[in-house]
Design a protein around this ligand. Structure first.
Ligand code: ADP
Ligand code: MG
Length: 415
């Protein structure tokens, strides 16, 4: 299906074609028509399938058709990088319209605070914000959201993981009840359903190929002890001299620096940089820009980057360790092979990571090829097909962080 088959304005169609979007992706094909009717939407599709345009195009269509007085649309996202990226995509789609937009996120100096405040005071049409910073502005009283017609929660699964649920509820208390709400997620975990039930009104649920890496990704894994991993990276790079854009993921922030310096030491002249949530905002943006521009060949990152961030032309994702959350595997691997392209994902599995990787294989319903370690790297741990350990349910007491725990039930009256 092509975009001109949707009931959308010429101005948008022209911008869409400038952005080289020709055919709608499956989630776009299903969800855009629903969103255009003003219905609430719960959309679930894996990373890299074009969810951003799925909410931006219907929002812009409504603004073009029905006018845009003040702040009409609020998009809440988990990270600053994502806020910036969505704002950029929005600027593309809205190029021939007079829609205004602003990305609002934390961690900046005063000047940015002031420009964010101005955006609210002046009634910028579309605000794309991270929860904490948004609440900080809301509390100061100058934000008027009485014209708000659209609320989007993007990467809702990530926001829940990051503990933003209370923030989201607070934000909801500031905005009109009569609105269109759209929720996007890469996974349809029970918590997502629950959140959706509590904030969406008669939503249409649209779900596509949950939690399986894109078809174009070649997945494989090596069993390796921690001390073998950097040599293994060297080996993989030697095997693939054409690869010019590689992301190495680790769950541990602390490891970033040591991985970067070990690679620098082993491979002379290679451009490698690290990035994590510990970095200053400016630093993060600069590192990402250099990586996008292919000035940096290898980026070592934590999972902050694995969701949502869209960098084209990544040849290879290396999982330096197995992610704790199986869905994160899908997100990490989704960084490569965006929109029909080919890509490769290689995971390093240490002995203790075996149960976690087994869980991932169940989630993606696929057994990933385990390649033998090159001989010169020595003996590797052995893969065992074991049943993954059942996660114990966390039990919280009547109070959590000083707040009443709504899920708490007295022991003898539990059901
Ligand atoms: P998601 O939010 O589902 O992870 P994105 O919206 O970030 O995915 O889209 C992933 C990439 O695919 C982006 O670079 C986007 O510009 C591109 N893209 C999305 N839809 C299309 C389309 N219909 N045609 C071409 N490229 C697309
Ligand atoms: Mg997205």
């Amino acid at each position: 299906m092509t975009f001109d088959e949707f009931d959308i304005d010429e101005k948008l169609l022209e911008a869409i074609s400038y952005m080289h979007f020709e055919k709608a992706s499956p989630i776009q094909e299903k969800a855009i028509p629903v969103a255009l009717t003003g219905n609430d939407v719960l959309a679930c599709a894996q990373t890299g399938t074009g969810k951003t345009a799925t909410f931006l195009i219907p929002i812009l269509q409504d603004l073009v058709k029905n006018g845009s007085q003040g702040t009409t649309s609020l998009i809440v996202v988990p990270t600053r990088e994502l806020a910036i990226q969505i704002d950029q995509e929005l600027q593309g789609f809205s190029y021939f319209t007079d829609t205004t937009s602003k990305a609002v996120y934390g961690g900046d100096k005063g000047a940015d605070w002031d420009s964010q405040k101005r955006a609210f005071v002046e009634g910028t049409n579309v605000i794309i914000a991270t929860p904490g910073r948004l609440i900080a502005h809301l509390r100061l009283g100058y934000v008027t959201l009485k014209n708000l017609r659209h609320l989007v929660l993007d990467e809702a699964d990530r926001m829940l993981d990051m503990g933003f649920i209370d923030d989201i509820r607070q934000i909801l208390s500031y905005i009109p009840e009569k609105r269109q709400t759209m929720m996007f997620s890469a996974t349809m975990a029970p918590e997502i359903q629950k959140l959706a039930n509590s904030i969406l009104v008669n939503p249409q649920m649209i779900s596509i190929a949950i939690a399986k890496p894109a078809e174009g990704v070649k997945q494989s894994a090596y069993m390796a002890y921690p001390h073998q991993k950097v040599d293994l990276i060297t080996h993989i790079l030697e095997q693939n001299p054409d690869y010019d854009s590689i992301i190495i993921f680790t769950s541990t922030k602390k490891l970033i620096h040591s991985i970067v310096s070990a690679i620098k030491k082993k491979i002379s002249g290679v451009s490698v940089e690290g990035i994590s949530s510990d970095f200053e905002q400016n630093e993060r943006e600069d590192v990402l820009l250099r990586f996008k521009a292919k000035q940096t060949k290898i980026l070592v990152a934590t999972d902050v980057l694995s969701r949502g961030i869209d960098i084209k032309g990544i040849n290879l994702v290396i999982n330096f360790d197995v992610p704790r959350d199986a869905a994160d595997y899908v997100h990490r691997v989704g960084r490569t092979a965006r929109a029909d392209a080919k890509g490769e994902a290689i995971t390093f599995i240490s002995e203790e990571d075996i149960p976690r990787f087994a869980r991932i294989e169940r989630l993606i319903e696929k057994s990933v090829d385990k390649i033998s370690l090159p001989e010169q790297l020595g003996e590797a741990p052995v893969w065992k097909d074991i049943k993954p350990v059942q996660k114990k349910r966390k039990f919280y007491g009547p109070k959590r962080n000083g707040h009443k725990n709504p899920h708490y039930r007295k022991k003898n009256n539990q059901n």
